[in-house]
Design a protein around this ligand. Structure first.
Ligand SMILES: Nc1nc2[nH]cc(C(=O)O)c2c(=O)[nH]1
Ligand code: SF4
Ligand SMILES: [Mg+2]
Length: 235
């Protein structure tokens, strides 16, 4: 296929979206930095404690955009960081990869990170999206989520130092399982433990973490839920 044909193909793709907004990143190693959020519609999982059920059926996509339109919208904000989230933003496979490549080509951006569920094979993305700006923040869905069976084990062996592995913890049993997962995969990336909002007291999670003696596991609190109403969208 010629370059022009590839360009036309990319222009023809329309991705379903929920929202695009600028705020401060509420989670992970980049928490606090101004960040543009691109929330794609759709998710193949149904986590019990999901905080964004408006991002998949029976809700509907709010609008669709071409990759070019998404990039132009992102470029209209001032942030130097982008978070591609959902839903599951990698469920559109080669189209998701094309969006990541296009975003990473925006000169002002220094970081393009993806919030993904652990249920989409990352190996093809690592191969097809070459920019060093692109990083993956991968959830390992623990038992209380109800979605552990969908975890792709290979994802947890390919994470690089710039990536992040996040365990969202709803119970003591979830915490124990997370520690066992670490002992199984020994990931090279930053490891985060995050309490399920309203289900696990942050203080209890810190207590478990300190007793466990895991000096390189980091507590992750969702600061956007502290700053704004936890149910508010677009923040
Ligand atoms: N401020 C803010 N930070 C976030 N980090 C991850 C988010 C998400 O919904 O995936 C999110 C979000 O929705 N808002
Ligand atoms: S993967 Fe994320 S968006 Fe999908 S159901 Fe689970 S928490 Fe919700
Ligand atoms: Mg999310």
């Amino acid at each position: 296929m010629s370059e022009a044909a590839v360009g036309r193909e990319t222009q023809a793709i329309r991705l379903p979206l929920v929202e695009i907004f600028e705020t401060v990143e509420g989670e992970g190693t980049q928490a606090g930095y101004p960040t543009v959020f691109v929330r794609l519609f759709g998710c193949p999982l149904r986590c019990v404690w999901c905080d964004t059920p408006y991002s998949y059926a029976p809700a509907k996509a709010e609008f669709t955009m071409t990759i070019e339109q998404i990039v132009l919208r992102v470029a209209s904000f001032k942030a130097a960081r982008v978070c591609l989230t959902g839903g599951e933003p990698l469920m559109y496979h080669e189209h998701s990869a094309a969006l990541l490549r296009a975003l990473s080509e925006l000169p002002r951006l220094v970081d393009v990170h993806v919030e993904t569920s652990g249920a989409i094979d990352l190996t093809s993305f690592l191969k097809d999206v070459r920019s060093s700006k692109v990083r993956y923040i991968v959830d390992y869905k623990l038992k209380e989520s109800g979605e552990t069976a969908k975890m792709i084990a290979a994802n947890f062996t390919v994470l690089r130092p710039q990536d992040e592995l996040k365990f969202v913890i709803a119970s003591d049993a979830d915490f124990d399982e997370a520690m066992a997962v670490l002992d199984r995969f020994h990931p090279l990336c930053t490891v985060l433990v995050s309490p399920v909002f309203g289900a696990m007291e942050p203080e209890h999670l810190v207590d478990r973490l300190l007793k466990e003696g895991r000096p390189h596991v980091k507590l992750n609190l969702q600061i956007h839920k502290v700053i704004w109403d936890p149910n508010q969208r677009g923040v």
